[in-house]
Design a protein around this ligand. Sequence first.
Ligand SMILES: CC(C)(COP(=O)(O)OP(=O)(O)OC[C@H]1O[C@@H](n2cnc3c(N)ncnc32)[C@H](O)[C@@H]1OP(=O)(O)O)[C@@H](O)C(=O)NCCC(=O)NCCS
Length: 469
Amino acid sequence: MNRNRHQETTEITDLILEAAAKARDEIGVVGKQAATAKSVKWPIDCTIGPGLEGAIACESKVGYVNGSEGMLSYRGHDIFELCAYSTYEEVSYLLLHGHLPTATELHEFEQKLINYRHMNKTLRLLMSYPVEEMNAMAALRMGTIFMRQEFTTLDREESKPTLDDAISSDEDSIAMETKPSGESRAIYEFKKRKKRKKKKSGLDDASGLEACYHLIAGVPTITAAITRLRKGMMPYEPLNELGHAANIFYMMNGRRPTPIEERVLDVTLILHADHGMNASTFASMVVASTMSDIYFSVGSGIAALNGPLHGGANERVLHTLREVGSPENAKAWVAETLAKNEKVPGFGHRVYKAYDPRARILGPLAKFHCADCKSEIQDLIATAEQVENAVVGSLAQEKKIFPNVDYYSGVVYTRLGIDPAMFTPLFAVSRVAGWTARVLEYIQNNRIFRPRALYTGKFNQEFTPIDER
Ligand SMILES: CC(C)(COP(=O)(O)OP(=O)(O)OC[C@H]1O[C@@H](n2cnc3c(N)ncnc32)[C@H](O)[C@@H]1OP(=O)(O)O)[C@@H](O)C(=O)NCCC(=O)NCCS
């Protein structure tokens, strides 16, 4: 593992290990897990709620979230260990390849990232738009399309998927509904599927590993350029001697980070890199399953992340903490908010019914990093602690409500000098590793996503000519 980069930030390693020990103490010894999870035999039965809640869409070896215990791992590696000992570069390699890189593999991967960070054509195109007037996520999505044009040959006739490729994952190959007219339970006939030859690296070069590397390296360059263009300033060129997190910091802020700033940003990147079948990951997979390419997939992930139910809660947390105003007001503010049946931003999670492990790391990280800063940020963190105590005191036992990843991330980003409008793009910068890893995995054995809606409309309507309606 890349421990050298952490030599100057051992306090951060220590606080992550402390958080891990605290988690172990509180969770207790969970039933010993088998070395590998079991595969299933399809089709499977599962109970599905609205919004596909409970639906199992695919198998995956990329990451595992245990919501009832509050555990998260990538490719079998516990999130606490990854944050304590590795870097975002190692983690993205791990997500994409399934194993931690050797020193040679890491070096080669880092060289690719260095090359792909430079995107002159993309930035030129981006700069020709009034980015300062745009939603930052819209600008980021547009940037991924420019990146596609800089990279891909997909639009050339010879690179298009063959009919053979297409038909094997076309809608026609979907299991047939034999009673399609509104029954509460679909009855499917699963045709025996022909085994398809595995492709080496996805559909073509715009869906292959190189495109994933290009996106992991390039999305940060675009995000940083948007940060600058929004302020009416020219983007910074990436510096080849800096690592991933340090480059992002440099391109956003125009100065090299201190080792602590670099490490803090790196840890936040690791923590947001993957998280099961969340909406943006699913969106990117749905697009990939149509045999579109990975740039369109990542663009869809960005589009899904733009919605306030997915990205952006950390911005609302900052707003809330400022509204609370001071640590002394926290208790009364929480009591009043809960009495009105309102939700406190940054608490609760659809999957975690225990303390979110990412918040277990971000909380102490925020406190550590803010200890020596201006009083305004110190007030924010002190207020956050008191609001946490009050919410957890009222809701943890009965409703299993704890802080989520967004609760402390906004404070951490603020301390790093990042504008709130860039919080969600920064989430995308990190999640691009998870999106691409899951897409790459899925398309190796692709099947177009095609759930169905339960028809609850009318039948047998008579057609009335327009002048008689
Ligand atoms: C994330 C969230 C949508 C999860 O929703 P969910 O799993 O469907 O949970 P529910 O909305 O069903 O909530 C279960 C109970 O806990 C309460 N609750 C959930 N989140 C709460 C919060 N942030 N503050 C106060 N109460 C909360 C609900 O009011 C509900 O109470 P009830 O049973 O008396 O009706 C929800 O917790 C939320 O809106 N949180 C705030 C926004 C946020 O931080 N989003 C980012 C998530 S990463």
